[in-house]
Design a protein around this ligand. Structure first.
Ligand code: 9MR
Ligand code: 9MR
Length: 582
């Protein structure tokens, strides 16, 4: 394409900006045409990119009958009909689908309706998610506690270490004859949970497991996948190095005297919005709990198996993780109802879960898989429940996925049927949804539900090789990258309209304008409508109830359990895209 094409595009875009005053336009630098970006509020679309072969669907708010895709020279390369209006009660509005999956030529395009440019650029490219996959895993590195993020690896977001956690006190709720109140242990490393500086065992479990699963189902890809972390030059894949940083911390959360696992390691109250180095409140481990112990067992047992099968990994470590899981199991059996109760002097995240059937199943499934001991199988059978979308307090499906992707799958033939039935239900919801997504309720961290549904669909694709599952996962990714009722691309550093003011202490307190990149924000929900005080009004429609405001911890925080399924789906889709190229 010649320079005149670019000139043409620039003139048109500037003209439109002046005449129509489109509400969501950004023109980064009009002298550099390649950085032009246009996003009208009449379109909701994936703002990152599509691969040539993927589904390509956007949502429009227009009465026109058709739309056009034009290349940078102004040539119409695709015309298609706009589908009828469909209402989404959760968003309180109606939209129309426009599909251009048949356009497969690589390029940067404009989306036009009635001679008006609504979105530019719509990108079709090889490996559209390579950078995003890398950034979403790198976010874990940025959230490491107790380590300097140096400028070689952290770039603009380099920062000094905080929370070395080599002296962590035993809270009275955690005290016993072996470890007295006020005595101390060492519990270094691990990731900060989220926008706060706590380290919570329960949420660490699902996050760590999800990254291990990403490795396990996509080994060849991860073998060559580097995200430039201090360990990138060793023999282990980066995703395992990153995961070990947290696993080794988790291991310290177990009391070696009895095998029980502390629920969390935090200060008594949330820190202010300061850098890690400036957050100096004393840190404590708080109460052992059955939930934390079961999450610990499942994660350690799974990790031991993954490491055992990885020749570059330390086999002694694999054994140590299994042995920790087995002693923790004894504690859990002896203390099956030790639910976490937030002590009155502690106000950090509670992660309370009082229904542990799913945790029992998951822990037993992982132990059965790795030991083959029938005792664990009995516990699995006793605690099996039908699949659901995984969450930090709903983990049974993780055990099901582990079984289905292992050699033990033949022994549990009905699981596959149950699993696919559930994923097919998700596909049915997506098919009949105005916004083309399976999500039909908005909880805290709604974006992670979308990402976890995408993960289940990709597991279904791995099991069946039926393309419908992959297309549906692409729809989930499109939702996260902008085709949602807020118009935001929900991953920091990506897209035309992206969160800038996340509830993330380092992003808030550093002197870099841009937030730490690669983080998926929690997303819309109506649970804490007033988290920014009375002056910030959020939509009462849950799908739209999101605000890019630093105080909106209920919609604009980031968290390891939300990023982990994003890593899973972006790395696996990127791996499929590589296969397609070969
Ligand atoms: O910063 C805290 C965030 O990490 C938690 O997810 C959230 C909910 O537990 O709480 C945030 O802390 C807020 C507290 O709950 C209420 N007062 C304001 C705090 C900081 O914004
Ligand atoms: O993800 C958690 C969500 O399901 C709960 O409703 C919410 C309030 O208890 O807490 C969320 O978890 C937060 C945790 O308590 C502290 N760190 C930040 C987590 C994400 O907001």
């Amino acid at each position: 394409m010649g320079i005149s094409g670019f000139m043409w595009l620039r003139d048109v875009v500037i003209g439109i900006l002046l005449l129509n005053g489109l509400s969501h336009c950004q023109v980064a630098n009009t002298s550099d045409v390649s950085s032009l970006q246009v996003l009208s509020n009449k379109v909701l679309c994936n703002q990152v990119a599509y691969s040539p072969t993927s589904e390509k669907m956007v949502l429009l708010n227009t009465d026109a009958s058709d739309f056009q895709i034009k290349d940078q020279g102004g040539k119409i390369v695709f015309t298609g009909p706009i589908e009828p209006w469909m209402k989404w009660d959760l968003a309180g509005d109606s939209v129309r689908k426009a599909n251009f999956s048949k356009l497969v030529a690589i390029g940067q395009y404009g989306l036009w309706v009635n001679d008006t440019l609504l979105a530019y650029p719509i990108v079709i490219t090889k490996r559209p998610y390579e950078t995003l996959a890398r950034a979403s895993l790198k976010a874990f590195y940025f959230n490491r506690s107790g380590i300097d993020i140096d400028s070689t690896h952290g770039g603009r977001w380099a920062r000094a270490a905080g929370h070395t956690d080599t002296v962590v006190y035993i809270h009275y709720s955690a005290a016993d004859k072996n470890r007295l109140e006020g005595s101390s242990i060492s519990s270094p490393g691990g990731w900060y949970d989220a926008g706060d500086y706590g380290k919570y065992t329960v949420n660490s479990g699902i996050s760590t497991y999800t990254l291990l699963l990403s490795y396990e189902l996509n080994k060849d890809y991860h073998q060559n996948f580097h995200m430039d972390i201090p360990e990138s030059n060793n023999e282990l894949p980066d995703i395992l190095d990153e995961t070990l940083y947290n696993l080794n911390w988790m291991k310290t959360m177990q009391d070696p005297n009895d095998g029980g696992v502390y629920h969390k390691l935090t200060s008594l109250d949330f820190d202010g919005m300061v850098m890690p180095k400036k957050a100096l409140a004393k840190r404590l481990v708080v109460q052992k709990s059955t939930a934390a112990t079961l999450n610990f067992i499942a994660t350690m047992a799974y990790a031991s198996q993954v490491l055992k099968n990885c020749s570059a990994a330390n086999s002694e470590l694999a054994k140590a993780y299994l042995s920790s899981a087995l002693t923790a199991w004894k504690w859990a059996k002896a203390n099956p109802n030790t639910y976490y109760i937030q002590p009155s002097d502690v106000t950090t995240g509670a992660y309370i879960d009082t229904c542990l059937v799913d945790e029992w199943f998951w822990a037993a499934a992982e132990l059965y898989k790795v030991t083959g001991d029938k005792l664990f199988k009995d516990d699995m059978l006793m605690n099996y429940t039908k699949p659901t979308t995984p969450k930090w307090d709903l983990v049974g499906t993780l055990g099901i996925v582990s079984i289905l992707t292992s050699q033990k799958t033949v022994e549990f033939a009905s699981y596959k049927n149950d699993f696919l039935t559930y994923v097919n239900e998700l596909l049915n919801i997506e098919q009949s949804s105005a916004y083309g997504v399976s999500l039909n309720q908005f909880a805290w961290g709604s974006n992670s539900d979308v990402a976890n549904q995408g993960m289940l669909k990709l597991v279904a694709y791995q099991l069946t090789k039926d393309d419908k599952y992959k297309s549906s996962a692409q729809n989930d990714l499109d939702y996260l990258l902008g085709r949602n009722a807020t118009g935001y691309c929900f991953v920091t550093g990506f897209g035309i309209k992206s969160p800038l003011f996340i509830h993330h202490r380092p992003s808030a307190a550093d002197d870099v304008e841009a937030p730490v990149p690669g983080f998926l924000v929690g997303g819309p929900n109506t649970i804490a409508l007033n988290d920014c005080g009375p002056t910030v009004i959020r939509s009462s429609f849950s799908a739209k109830s999101y605000v890019d405001h630093q105080d909106s911890y209920s919609t604009n925080e980031v968290a390891i359990n939300w990023n982990a399924p994003l890593v899973f789906i972006t790395t696996l889709i990127d791996a499929y895209d590589i296969k397609h190229l070969n």
